[in-house]
Design a protein around this ligand. Structure first.
Ligand SMILES: Cc1cc2nc3c(=O)[nH]c(=O)nc-3n(C[C@H](O)[C@H](O)[C@H](O)COP(=O)(O)OP(=O)(O)OC[C@H]3O[C@@H](n4cnc5c(N)ncnc54)[C@H](O)[C@@H]3O)c2cc1C
Length: 340
């Protein structure tokens, strides 16, 4: 049976096991067909984009691997219910072993760096998913120490509680886990973060969790003057990009070069470069649409655009004109943008 659907981008993966992690979170263990093993090789911290149809409507959602590629274990994603959310509840309510889901190949830049500095990881709620993969991979493949600050609303919502205990046993003093439970200590504050950070040494920082939690951690690391290239962020959600009032009024046209074709698109005020490409009927690459994955990267070679959110490009890449088109607002009369 052919395993590729929708052109050659999406692959059918069979669910070999469904494990309930907490009352509102499941892990799906996925079989990758042998003819797609190479495409589905991944690096710890990356995610899959699922395409699911719920109630006749197709949705795309990203889910990080909670498995580690270094430990010869099957690919696994872990999905927490988002109250009122369409796809996360559908996955938790309906998917069973033997069912199939459609997924695009792994992507993402929230991955281990090549340094040998210790790792300080901050995870909030479902943000533990990529962090769990990162820390298990680092422990198994390097000598780096790991300090995990893990925040949850209540004790019964802690995902991977037992496997984390196992890591403490297996790796002894190379790993420390600091649990923060809101029902016991209130929500994470700047003071709590400062106390924790005062106890850990020089490190590489990985942060994934709810927006307010991430903002608080990022602000504290910024106050500590930690270089930005040592702070790795994975945002599961960001606000819909919005330009400052009047910012994009000046733009008339966007020239988009994609697949060796040039298209001149009329610009509609307030739209991102990605939205502009789509309105012009172009199939521009995209995935997370939160400014995290880097899939929609393109280079502005004429005019200028300002990114509202960037968790994927380095300062050098930005200086060279690279933008995440899902977050980029044009700011000059004409903008020329070239997709890789
Ligand atoms: C790179 C990346 C990796 C991720 N990895 C994981 C992971 O490993 N595990 C995980 O659980 N999640 C992960 N996510 C988040 C995941 O992709 C989904 O965003 C999440 O599951 C919610 O999707 P949903 O369809 O259930 O919710 P949605 O239907 O998208 O709704 C999201 C929220 O918005 C609210 N909402 C929706 N429509 C409206 C409206 N019209 N007005 C007001 N409110 C509205 C809903 O009530 C809900 O609270 C990741 C995201 C990214 C970008």
């Amino acid at each position: 049976m052919a395993t590729t659907v929708s052109g050659d981008e999406c692959v059918r993966l069979r669910i070999s096991d469904v494990k309930s992690e907490t009352a509102d979170c499941v892990s799906l263990v996925l079989d990758v067909p042998s003819d797609h093993r190479d495409r589905f090789r991944y690096v710890a911290g990356q995610y899959l984009t699922l395409r699911v149809t719920v109630g006749g409507v197709e949705h795309r959602r990203c889910y990080s691997m909670s498995s580690s590629p270094a430990l010869a274990e099957p690919l696994r994603i872990t999905v927490k219910r988002d109250p009122g959310g369409v796809v996360s509840n559908w996955i938790n309510d309906t998917l069973v072993a033997g069912a199939e889901i459609h997924a695009e190949a792994p992507q993402g830049r929230f991955v281990l760096d090549s340094s040998d500095r210790d790792i300080v990881a901050f995870a909030g709620g479902s943000g533990i998913t990529p962090v769990f993969s990162l820390i298990r991979t680092a422990l198994a493949t390097t000598q780096r120490g790991v300090q995990l600050f893990y925040a949850n609303r209540s004790a019964d919502s802690v995902i991977f509680d037992e496997p984390l205990r196992d890591l403490l046993e297996e790796y002894g003093n190379r790993i420390a886990v600091h649990h923060h439970v809101d029902t016991v200590r209130g929500v994470v504050t700047a003071g709590v973060l400062a106390d924790f950070l005062a106890r850990v040494g020089d490190a590489e920082y990985f942060v994934c969790g709810p927006t307010l939690f991430m903002d608080a951690v990022e602000a504290r690391l910024c106050e500590m003057a930690v270089p930005t290239d040592r702070v790795h962020l994975e945002r599961f959600v960001t606000a819909t990009p919005q330009a400052a009032p009047g910012e994009t009024d000046v733009t008339k046209e966007v020239i988009i070069e994609l697949d060796r074709r040039s298209t001149t698109a009329r610009y509609r005020s307030g739209n991102t470069l990605l939205q502009t490409a789509r309105l012009a009927g172009l199939k521009a690459p995209s995935s997370c649409e939160t400014g995290s994955c880097g899939t929609c990267i393109a280079q502005v070679t004429e005019g200028a655009a300002r990114m509202l959110n960037n968790n994927a490009l380095t300062d050098d890449e930005v200086d060279d004109g690279w933008v995440l088109t899902c977050q980029a607002m044009p700011t000059t009369t004409t903008v020329r943008v070239i997709y890789e």
